[in-house]
Design a protein around this ligand. Sequence first.
Ligand code: C2E
Ligand code: CA
Ligand code: CA
Length: 733
Amino acid sequence: MRKPRTSATFSSQLVAAILLACFVGTAAIFFLGHTAVRTVDEDAEARQRRFAVAALEADAAKLVSDQQVSTIWSEAVLRVRAADHPWMEANLGLWMHEFFGHDELYVVTPADHPLHVWRNGKTERPDVGATLPDPLVGLVRKMRQEMREKTTNPTSSTDDISGLSIQEHVLLGRQPALASVTPIVPDGPDVRQAAGSEFLHVAIQYADADMAGRLAAAYEFQDATFVLHPPAEASAAIPLTDALGSEIAWFAWTPDRPGLRLTRQMAPVIGLFALCGAGLLLWLLRRLWVASHRLHRSEEEARYLAFHDPLAGIPNRMLFEERLTQALKLEKRGGPPVALLCLDLDRFKAVNDTLGHPAGDELIRQMAARLRSYVRETDTVARLGGDEFGIILMGMGSDEALARYCSGLVHLLSAPYDLKSAQAHVSASIGAVRAADVEGGMEALMRSADAALYRAKGDGRARFGIFTPEMDAMFSRRHEIERDLRAAIAAGGQFHLLYQPIFDAENAVVGAEALVRWQHPTQGLLAPDVFIGIAEETGLINPLGRWVLEQACILAATAGLPKISVNVSPVQLRDELFGQQVLDVLAATGLPGRMLELELTERFTLDADRATTANLDQLRAAGISIALDDFGTGQSLLRYVRDYPIDTIKIDRSFVSRLGTGDGTDQVVRAIVDLSRAMGIEITAEGVENEAQRDLLLGMGCHVFQGFLLGRPMDPLRLAALTARKGTAQKRA
Ligand code: C2E
Ligand code: CA
Ligand code: CA
């Protein structure tokens, strides 16, 4: 069995498709999951930014409200005017640092000079005319500007400016900080301040670890810190901008990523699920692979079986016809010339019958193997059924080449076959035709090859025939006859028998041979040569032969003939029921067995099968004699005489007609006669047409004659008249 080629590719395609689908599905899930996680995390981060901004703003607001605990206070106005440093230390400087945690504190004069300062862990009393640190100068000026703008009453500014403040991010040296400035104003009408005479208070909160820690604690920022450079991507940050809008520092923290966190928490579970899923997928895929493999394979096998002969392992008729159609189409379009061969084993049935069916099968296999070894790759060998084979040859250009090819093939197929149980000597006949020689399509071509095969078989075994148009006519005629014969046997009434008398040396009638005739409705009277062969091939000889036997026996029983001879075909003898049938006919007609002689032709080889032998034994046991007809025409001459119980030999007409011509026939006939007499076998000479032949035969010791000289085949009435005139051997004796 040829291995199906594409099942693996099919299965792998299927598996690949499923894997791809799974991959795409997984990728989509990952992408969506990733997007969801990212969106959640981005949202969270944005929210944290808003928190951070709010936190910083709140911190700034707190800075001012801390300041204003002491700066909106009449006492403070009076004390700063009086430059009361101990008081300022206890209320606007050191105290604020200790109580609120402010990092630097300045009391600024109306001329914008520092009056009282807290920084670097100690209180300073700057000299008259000292200046504020650079970044604070601008801040203070801005405050003054705003105060001027707000003031409507130059004699008392308090109502307009109370509560004003400005916060800004500044860099003090390398320290980012939040600076807040607010005027020191009275909290009651007891103290008045003219516009421009106000003292200011500046409080500084470093953007440092302390502040970061505070914010972190209040708003749950992780790893919160202030940095001077934009932080790496992993952290979130918001910039602190100074008055000019430059980013001077960043508040940075490690953002909380809830999506990522959740993903990390879920990772083991997700991993476990993925693992189970992958395992399940693998298991499913494997099962699918195996199942699809199996399915595909059985499909391929079914297809193979549909187009191949299981016994011979070669294409069957279906595939053969398909290829032939293709080849013919191709030739029409200028492809290689096509030739068709039909082959048929000679004597296949005999092998089956004698050696058994397993041997027959083996023979078919071996023949197929030989054919395959003989043809080329491009040709097709097929078993068309039974012992029939067909070959399509591509590129067979001439009848000569075809003849050479066929002759080689016949030779190859005629070599003995080793069948384990025995060696078989069989041969094959071939009918060949080139497509160019036949009009019509594939069917016409097949019919032509069949006609050529039929002709080859008719010519004898182990031959080939190449189609010619007259074969076609012959073949069609054969089919016509077969059809009509079938109808005639079914209908009856178209056949009759003639009887040819047989004489002894004294011209007394010793018997008569029944010879069948067919009154064909359109073709007139037909001789047996025309239809007996066809009847034998088709099995129609069985009913026909039985009818002949009945008619002949009826006549013999009533006409007073010493003996009646009836021709029997080898096909009839192979029928296991034949012997009994003959006995039944004898019983029905009342004819004694010794008055019946059955003639077996030697032209066809008798197959030594069991049925034939059994039939012959049964017939002889009933007293029926057996004659070997057409003696000398077969290849085996004396083999039958040795192998079968023969009573009479009928020397064939062809010998008799050549008697006296000096070609050695006389010697052969004499030898046959001597041998037969020595073996106790009777001799009849057929086809005696003249006195000279009769005399020669008489001289050789042959005493029984049949032929036109003495009597042609005739109807029963004339036979009766003849016997009455000449007398029968018994009556004379
Ligand atoms: P066969 O058995 O050899 O029969 C003798 C044939 O030779 C007959 O031809 C007969 O007419 C012919 N014949 C006889 N004497 C002469 C002669 O002197 N000269 C010539 N030239 N021919 C002569 P027929 O009747 O045409 O039969 C032909 C063959 O058909 C027979 O040959 C026999 O083999 C076969 N046949 C006839 N009837 C039957 C039958 O009922 N069953 C079977 N199985 N075969 C039959
Ligand atoms: Ca005969
Ligand atoms: Ca004969």
